[in-house]
Design a protein around this ligand. Structure first.
Ligand code: ATP
Length: 454
């Protein structure tokens, strides 16, 4: 058994080496804390988002989907309170000219050498803190005047409230029901960092679950547990995951309860997702600012009320990072250190690699035939370049759960070996059974092979 060897540096370097995630705009020297997802990163993050959609849409019948605009009417942000209150406390250092979050000085790094926390160096000269609004502002249309100012959304949630009425009317939905959305959000974070943990442009997976007021508490409890369980089911180790209720002084004024799902990243326990009982704050605000009636009216009983809202708000990038950290492992094979991502097969960017042992004797043809057959069912990759051991390592590094090797015996009896990424076991399987066998393995319950090893 191995010990947990993951560090943020190892994740960053693996992601760069294998084209999973890398710094954006590198040919121009990069742009701080902005990252691009490469081929395997796109596949991995897509799988994370697909599992989120699956849990909400496919496995339930009380949640519907939405994809709203990023630029919304500016009144949205007045009503939501973001214009006045979506701020972080900012301080400047008059000496090194850097800016820091006043409430997170311990995370900042003073610009002077030897580097200390801001405020601790002999020359540090910090200003008083002032509120800094995190929304990115831009203008729409050819004329820049006051009326053309708009904002890039800092969360996906508000698009859901703006469309609540549509869903009552057209989707014939009746509380309790949820509207779910995945998309980019933008925050001008004062101190972004820790790889994709805190960026200025990131992806959220949010759902607003609208309920009769007297059911709010019960649904809040339900969604806390459901969201926690989602991460566990996808293989996050239980001792690296916790639900942390907010203290009274952390709660927003409208929230009667908020809990964070936290993951033990290499940088410590940090928020992965927040689940909040938001009361009727959002619908009340939008009803007032838009002068629209956003009440739900039960046509049978005549009962009318403004639904309360339970919001599970997750980050697709933070979740992807947590899955990467939880999966990262190293072990020894044939005297060499192997880097392996022990990802849940459902999340693995590539499910199976098809590898002819040699580039002749009919093996590549059979391997291509297998690839064509399997790609109907899952993401597969063909690789014939280099020694077989090196090809296995390449797949291990991106977390491919199964490597299929075509050898001389395959040509004779149409069987292949299937190598398991974690146990390293090799099973000989008939080519005709491969598709159904791999699908069976994909659906099987799974738990991290790292469990109990650290
Ligand atoms: P934090 O306290 O870490 O700034 P938050 O409480 O402001 O986060 P929410 O507004 O609750 O975050 O957003 C919901 C989710 O969106 C977070 O749990 C996180 O996963 C993700 N998220 C928020 N800000 C960022 C960011 N700057 N970069 C990446 N993901 C983010």
């Amino acid at each position: 058994m191995t010990t947990d060897v993951v560090t943020m540096d190892k994740i960053v370097s693996l992601c760069k080496r294998r084209g999973i995630i890398f710094p954006s705009s590198e040919i121009y020297g990069g742009i701080g804390s902005s990252y691009d997802y490469g081929h395997y990163g796109v596949l991995l993050k897509n799988n994370v988002k697909a599992q989120w959609w699956r849990a909400l849409l496919q496995e339930r019948d009380d949640v519907v989907a939405l994809d709203s605009a990023i630029i919304q009417h500016p009144r949205t942000w007045e009503a939501s309170g973001h214009l006045a209150g979506f701020t972080d406390p900012l301080v400047d250092c008059r000496t090194c000219k850097r800016r820091y979050r006043a409430d997170k000085l311990e995370d900042g790094q003073c610009g002077e050498k030897p580097s200390k926390c801001p405020g601790q160096g002999p020359n540090c000269d910090l200003t008083d803190s002032r509120n800094f609004n995190l929304m990115f502002q831009t203008t729409v249309g050819p004329v820049q005047d006051e009326g053309s100012t708009v904002f890039l959304r800092p969360e996906t949630a508000q698009g859901i409230f703006l469309n609540f009425k549509h869903y009552l009317q057209f989707a014939r939905k009746k509380p309790p029901f949820g509207i779910a959305q995945v998309g980019k959000s933008f925050r001008n974070e004062i101190t972004p960092g820790n790889f994709v943990f805190r960026m200025r442009e990131f992806e959220q997976m949010e759902m607003e679950f609208f309920v009769p007021p007297d059911e709010a508490e019960q649904w809040y409890e339900f969604w806390k547990q459901a969201r926690y369980d989602w991460y566990l089911k996808l293989g996050i180790r239980e001792d690296h995951l916790r639900l942390r209720p907010h203290d009274a002084d952390e709660l927003s004024h409208y929230s009667s309860g908020t809990s964070d799902v936290e993951y033990l990243y290499p940088i410590g326990w940090q928020e992965l997702e927040g689940i909040a009982n938001r009361g009727d704050f959002d619908l009340t605000q939008h009803a007032e600012f838009s002068k629209q009636n956003l009440e739900y009216v039960d046509t049978a009983s005549g009962e009318r009320y403004l639904p309360h809202v339970i919001e599970p708000a997750a980050g697709a990038d933070r979740a992807t990072l947590a899955f990467l950290c939880d999966a990262y492992d190293e072990d020894q094979i044939d005297g060499e250190t192997r880097t392996v991502l022990r990802l849940h097969p459902a999340l693995a960017p590539v499910k199976a690699a098809v590898l002819p042992l040699v580039k002749k004797d009919g093996q590549p043809e059979i391997a291509r035939e297998i690839q064509a057959q399997l790609r109907e069912r899952m993401q597969v990759e063909y690789d014939e370049g280099g020694a077989i051991g090196r090809r296995y390592r390449r797949q291990d590094e991106i977390g491919t759960p199964w490597s299929i090797t075509v050898d001389h015996q395959s040509v004779e009896d149409r069987t292949v070996t299937v190598r398991d990424r974690d146990s390293l076991r090799q099973d000989r399987i008939a080519i005709s059974d491969l598709g159904s066998e791999l699908e069976r393995r994909l659906r099987a319950p799974w738990q991290s092979p790292k469990l109990g090893s650290d």
